[in-house]
Design a protein around this ligand. Structure first.
Ligand SMILES: NC(=O)c1ccc[n+]([C@@H]2O[C@H](COP(=O)([O-])OP(=O)(O)OC[C@H]3O[C@@H](n4cnc5c(N)ncnc54)[C@H](OP(=O)(O)O)[C@@H]3O)[C@@H](O)[C@H]2O)c1
Length: 237
């Protein structure tokens, strides 16, 4: 069944920015926002864009924000970066798998980079209607953790969630119309989930982003600083 996309809480044409636009979910956000209206203005940033955003280069985040400022302000900024596994590491199953290098890489990409994205890109939000979405993961919910494992990924997303909550409190004072959300996309068919999908629960990225955009469309400043799923359930921290 095709679900209709609603973006009616945003001005038209919409100015949007997707960071991590080279990823499975990021690219699907770009496609959906462009398909919604050819008048929408959708900027893409990733490690190989001009300017690049590479979380192993702290200054690239500030430089990209400086360059993108002239193309804003943005009604919607989505951070779709993230890592779960790499060429030389897989998520830890047990304490004895923990390693500094793995932990540092995962925190750099899932927590530190997104933190600096909030720092440098939140000022680019439109003062009347501006939503910033940080893609998180349900496994980052401390309360929801029943299975254990995936230490660094879970912890990096739990820390990201705390940064979202903390920044949302500050933004309520300094940018009163801003909305900052942590959003769980569900299990989506991308490179990140590929080794772990097993059965059939993973959804196509284009379907997942329609659901997420419909959730985002409904979020107003009163909902800022919360953690939602693509199905619009509020998750416990
Ligand atoms: N897929 C799922 O089932 C699922 C489930 C729950 C949560 N999520 C979350 O959804 C988000 C998007 O994931 P995805 O499934 O679309 O993964 P993906 O296809 O692997 O995309 C990951 C994105 O992160 C970027 N990235 C990786 N390392 C980076 C770095 N050092 N600096 C800057 N960007 C970097 C990648 O850039 P390159 O293209 O240059 O590598 C790519 O744009 C992530 O936050 C993930 O945790 C996904």
């Amino acid at each position: 069944m095709t679900v209709a996309l609603h973006l009616d809480s945003f001005p038209s044409p919409l100015r949007a920015l997707v960071i991590g636009a080279s990823g499975g979910i990021g690219a699907a956000f770009v496609r959906a926002l462009r398909l919604a209206s050819s008048d929408n203005h959708v900027e893409e940033l990733h490690r190989h864009s001009i300017p690049p955003v590479d979380f192993s280069e702290e200054t690239s985040i500030e430089r990209a924000a400086e360059q993108l400022a002239a193309r804003g302000p943005f009604h919607l900024i989505i951070n779709a970066t993230g890592v779960l596994h790499g060429n030389d590491f897989m998520p830890e199953k047990k304490l004895s798998d923990l390693q500094y290098d793995h932990l540092k890489t995962v925190f750099e990409i899932n927590t530190f980079g997104p933190a600096l994205v909030m720092r440098h890109f939140a000022p680019l939000l439109d003062s009347q209607r501006g939503v910033m979405v940080m893609l998180s993961a349900k496994v980052g919910s401390i309360e929801d953790n029943r299975l254990g494992g995936w230490y660094s990924y879970r912890a990096s997303k739990a820390a990201l969630n705390m940064l979202v909550k903390t920044a949302a409190i500050e933004l309520k004072r300094s940018q009163k119309n801003a909305v900052l959300l942590a959003l769980h996309p569900g299990t989506v068919q991308t490179g990140l989930s590929q080794p772990f999908r097993g059965g059939s629960v993973a959804r196509n990225a284009d379907e997942a982003v329609i659901d997420m955009l419909n959730v985002i469309n409904q979020k107003m400043p009163e909902q800022s600083g919360h953690f939602y799923t693509y199905g619009d359930e509020q998750l416990p921290w």
